[in-house]
Design a protein. Sequence first.
Length: 158
Amino acid sequence: MQTRNLIASFALGITLTAIPTIPSYAVTKTPNLYNLSGYQGGHQIKVTYSTSSFTGKPLFHYEDKEQTLDFSGDEIRTAKSEIGTLVTVTIRRTVDTGSTTFSLLIPSINLGTAYQAPIETNGITTINRFSPIPQFNQGQIQTYTITPLKGTAESVAF
């Protein structure tokens, strides 16, 4: 009887050691710097977004054929959703016709033990139509242009 228990315990020990385990050094690392570019209407758009910086504030750099803009802190708005984090900045503002925003969709990324990974995502340019004449503010007041973006997501020390 004792021999039978000993053999069963030995067999269980061998089985347990054969089960792969997650190494204690396994890491879940989220990127904090995104460098992306893509083409919209035949013209290149470049975007750099960092969730933090040396000052502790997030930074966002936007560049298209007409303008180069830099944003920091509260000028950058983020919203988490099931499809990722939407990072939005206002790239054009007018008093009487509305504004234009650019939103970057950041997917969930786990770098593991790496410091960089390639990513593909989308940028969304939104034209927000506005008129000081209330009758003209009817119907669809937002239109969207989607720009496929490719680049890298990195983990850097600030």
